[in-house]
Each structure stands twice: as C-alpha cells, then as structure tokens.
Write a protein that binds this ligand. Structure first.
Ligand code: AVJ
Length: 336
C-alpha cells in the first residue's frame, strides 16, 4: 500500500499536538469549579501507575490483598458458578496490570482448557504489557485487547452457541463512580452483554461490625506516605505536562471519611494563600489557605446496597464471596 505523507505547515495558533485535549479540558474545568476538583483518571501516568502498584503492596491497603485472597480460595468455584455448564469467554473493564485476573484465568483454563480474554482499557501500553505477560504465563489464554473508554459504551461481538461471557469489574474500581454514574455504567455494560452472561464485581465494603473507619482511613493514608505521593503526583504531572508551577510542599495529602455518602475522599489541601499558573492553559488559579482540590472518591457499599445496585442495572445477584474479616466482597450476577 502506498504511504501518503501530508505536510502540515507549522501553525502556532493550533494547540500543542503533544498535549491531549481531554487532559486540558479536564484540568480547565476541574480547577474552575468551586470546590475545585480533578478527576481520578489523571493519577495514572507512568509515575502514577508505579505508585499505585506500590499502594497495592502496602500493609494498610488491604483491598488488593484481601480480594486476591478471595480469588485464591474461590476462583474455581466462581468460574463454575458463572459458566452454568457452558464454555466461558472472559472480558475485563479497566484491566490495568491484570495481576489478580490471572487467578481467575488460571481457574478458567482448568475448567475448559482454552480461554479467550478481552481486556478493555484506555491505555494501549498497559494492555499490551498485561497481555504479553499473560500469554507467557498462561499459554492456554488467547488475549484480544480492546483499547476503549468503557464509560462511553461498549460493543462486543456475540458469543458462539454454548458459550457465555463473564465480565470482570474487580479491584473496587466501581468505587470511583458516584452511585448514579455506577448505575449508568453497569446498565451500559448490561446492554452490551447477552442474557445469561455473568458479571463479577469486586466491592470494598462499608464500615460495619469488624471493619472500622480508622482502618478504612489508614488504607488511604499510609505511614510510608506512598498514597500522599500518589495524590501529589497529580500536581507533579500537571507541572511536567502542562507547564504548571504547583509547589508540592505547599499542598498536603488529606483523607476524609464522608459518612453521608459512605465514601473515602482524597483531597489536596493548600497550605497557604497562593496562585498557580498553568502555561498550557494560559490561566492561573488562586488558592485560599486550607482550600482543597478534591481528587478522588472511593465509595464503600454494604452488601445489600451493592446487590440493589446490580439489580437496578438489570443483573440478578447470584452469589457473593466475602473474606472472614468482612472487608471486601466479590459479587456474581447474571445479566437478565
Ligand atoms: C483503584 C479506585 C480501587 O479507590 O481504593 C488507592 C485507588 N486511591 N489509593 C481505591 C486508590 C488511593 C483505588 N481504586
């Protein structure tokens, strides 16, 4: 095929081609709001992804460890319960490094020898790394990565007769969405699935009998300060990519438990009155002392609330697995 090269004359009035328009728009909008906010997807540049990986190994951050423990003990049971005697095809929303997924895929390989796995993620590079590793470790898995923003709709090719799809949405990723947005997202996923397909949903539980609010707060405010670094990396990223001049020492990592909304909130608190300029936006933003940028919500659900959410989205809750301490739940639901 012939290669056509189009010469594009340098044009200074056009935005820098290297800076993503969605990044610019998100920062402009978020910092213009009152109270200020920035969306959590901004955490995950290369540095942020490494920091998140470190978070998952922290003693205080029980979520990853406990969910992995549930998969270690119950993956075979989950796969059998989802399959209903059919062959399974797996897909995953926001696959990331797909580390815990490996346990489910290994169980699926045991159940049926060959497994198709379609991870969906906005990051093509993260997907490729995860798929390369998986195919090395589990040769019976055929990966079929899909680069897409799953929050804006999904198109899945139909299963063959005798096959069912199992969608994975694990790691408490659902917690980043407000309940309305979570309902919308699960409803769109439901629309993309076929009757009888399954959903495995990982949910961090609200404080209850065994689980305390201080324990929940510690998971987001670790002693080593890795989560603080993760939070502040958002500002460091804006300095690197948008020519902003945030002074990282003039912001403090702040965690709040919002009881009414049943969520952990991460904020960056301004320690002084200050003005920050962002070159790529040609704009500055004023901060009052103690004013915060709200960077993340992590909603926590009671078991009944998660099941009500699944039902409202058009799924039938079928089973659930919870660790002995009542920290984390994995729900299996089928598309009605
Ligand atoms: C990736 C959204 C599940 O909410 O626990 C960890 C992200 N933020 N520490 C979470 C996170 C701070 C995490 N999720």
């Amino acid at each position: 095929m012939a290669t056509v090269t189009t010469e594009i004359p340098a044009c200074r009035t056009h935005p820098e081609p290297g800076i993503s328009q969605s990044l610019l728009a998100a920062v402009r909008e978020g910092l213009s709001k009152d109270p200020k906010q920035l969306p959590p997807w901004l955490f995950y540049d290369a540095a942020g992804s490494i920091l998140f990986d470190r978070i998952t190994h922290l003693p205080e951050y029980y979520l990853t460890r406990v969910e992995r423990g549930i998969f270690e003990r119950c993956a075979a049971e989950m796969i059998a319960a989802a399959a209903h005697g059919d062959r399974l095809r797996m897909m995953e929303l926001g696959a990331g490094s797909a580390d815990k997924t490996r346990l489910l895929l290994a169980a699926a390989c045991h159940y049926q020898e060959q497994v198709r796995y379609q991870p969906v993620d906005v990051s093509a590079s993260a997907l490729q790394t995860a798929c390369d590793r998986l195919e090395l470790e589990l040769p019976s898995v055929a990966t079929d990565p899909l680069v897409a923003d799953y929050t804006s709709g999904l198109f899945l090719d139909p299963c063959l007769p005798g096959e069912r799809r199992l969608a994975l949405f694990i790691g408490s990723s659902i917690g980043n969405f407000d309940p309305d947005a979570a309902l919308h997202l699960l409803s769109r996923l439901r629309d993309a699935l076929s009757p009888g397909d399954g959903l495995l949903l990982g949910v961090d539980l609200a404080p209850a009998n065994g689980k305390t609010i201080p324990q929940l707060i510690a998971a987001y405010d670790d002693r080593q300060g890795v989560t603080a670094q993760f939070n502040k990396n958002m500002l460091a990223r804006l300095n690197r990519e948008l020519g902003a001049n945030f002074d990282l020492d003039k912001f403090r990592h702040q965690i709040r438990w919002n009881r009414e909304e049943s969520r952990i909130e991460m904020h960056l608190e301004s320690l002084a009155p200050q003005t920050v300029s962002i070159a790529a936006l040609g704009q500055s933003f004023d901060f009052a002392p103690a004013e915060t940028i709200h960077t993340e919500n992590s909603h926590k659900y009671r078991v009944g609330e998660a099941e009500a959410l699944l039902s409202a989205a058009g799924f039938n809750p079928e089973r659930r697995w919870i660790d002995a301490e009542g920290l984390f739940a994995v729900h299996l639901a089928s598309r009605s």
